[in-house]
Design a protein around this ligand. Structure first.
Ligand SMILES: Nc1nc2c(c(=O)[nH]1)N[C@H]1C(S)=C(S)[C@@H](COP(=O)(O)O)O[C@H]1N2
Ligand SMILES: [Mo]
Length: 320
């Protein structure tokens, strides 16, 4: 099978190597005088992806996904400097600063619960499970902004088919890492940690549901959920849980962070729906980052052809 990334690299190598590469480029760009001027600063920090200094693509031979939108992606700068990642602070600009030293290697994702074979995966193992695809998806935050991102990953169903859910499995529960030592800002977030999310099994098995390991040709920047996150493009952004350590197949609808925090405003399904207002604001329009005028929000964020049938007969005002 075709190798999806440069074969000499392990995942653990990727980030340090990239930083090294960036640092070298950065030093070249600055010249000796500039280096001297910055001598007191941490060069790794200056050259990190959140500063917009990016190495050539770390992932080679990406498969282009037929699910991609033809819309123009946002800039990497936008997508890495306007983040919701409450573990690293509530301001949109906080994760870019506070997640820089987040340790994402070594990393283990445990897949457990109602499955025939429980498994723990290292990032290296995850990267070898299936060909990596580039999928350009629209992403709509419940707060009213949207972005278009070239994510990298493969359908979550790949993992499910490997561990084989039992007949009892009806939902999938996801859990983020919570390390208070690395995430001191989390306690001002106003929500409980670890961040948890969930999908119905058929939603989890839908091919659009992406297990995501990268974006813009590279591994995920820390503030976007490194080293592995979900992306569920027809649901509000908060369903797309970041920095996952546990995936559990379960019998009952699992608790979800924003529903626990405020069940009146955030339901389990959270499908993008311009016809169902948030109790405090309309969801009919959205502002694409970088644009001035709002655009209309589309039903299921424009993915109705692929997902509307999952909800046939359901009252989407009730199951918000
Ligand atoms: N662990 C965790 N995952 C999370 C969040 C969070 O605070 N913590 N925020 C969610 C929200 S509200 C959005 S809009 C997206 C933002 O992803 P992005 O920063 O890569 O655009 O992440 C989601 N996943
Ligand atoms: Mo969001």
């Amino acid at each position: 099978m075709l190798l999806q990334r440069k074969p000499e690299l392990t995942y653990a190598d990727v980030t340090p190597k990239k930083l090294y590469f960036n640092r070298r480029k950065f030093l070249q760009a600055m010249g000796i005088a500039g280096v001297a001027a910055f001598a007191g600063k941490n060069l790794l920090e200056l050259a990190s992806p959140s500063r917009g200094v990016y190495a050539a693509a770390e992932f080679s031979g990406l498969v282009k996904s037929p699910f991609s939108t033809a819309e123009k992606p946002n800039t990497l700068e936008d997508v890495t400097h306007y983040n919701n990642f409450y573990e690293f602070g509530v301001d949109k600009s906080a994760p870019a600063k506070n997640a820089q030293k987040f340790r994402t290697s070594p990393w283990t994702v445990s897949v457990e619960g109602e499955v025939k074979t429980k498994r723990k995966f290292s990032m290296d193992e995850i990267l070898k499970l299936a060909p990596l695809e580039e999928r350009i998806y629209r992403h709509r935050c419940v707060e009213g902004w949207s972005i278009v991102v070239p994510w990298i990953g493969f359908s979550l169903s790949v993992i499910a088919n490997l561990v084989q859910p039992t007949d009892k499995a009806k939902f999938v529960a996801f859990e983020s890492l919570y390390d208070p030592g690395q995430m001191p800002e989390a306690r001002y977030g106003g929500i409980d940690f670890p961040y948890v999310e969930g999908l119905r099994l058929d939603e989890a098995m839908n091919p659009l549901t992406l297990l995501c390991v990268g974006m813009y040709g590279d591994p995920l920047p820390n503030q976007d959920g490194a080293p592995v996150r979900m992306v569920i493009p027809w649901k509000y952004g908060f369903k797309s849980i970041k920095s996952i350590v546990k995936i559990r197949f379960v019998t009952k609808e699992p608790p979800t962070t924003w529903n626990l925090a405020n069940s009146h405003e955030y339901g389990f399904y959270s499908n993008v729906n311009p016809n169902v207002d948030h109790p405090r604001w309309s969801q009919a329009k959205e502002r694409r980052l970088g644009e001035i005028f709002k655009r209309n929000t589309l039903m299921f964020n424009g993915y109705q052809d692929q997902v509307a049938s999952l909800y046939t007969g359901m009252d989407l005002k009730k199951y918000y």
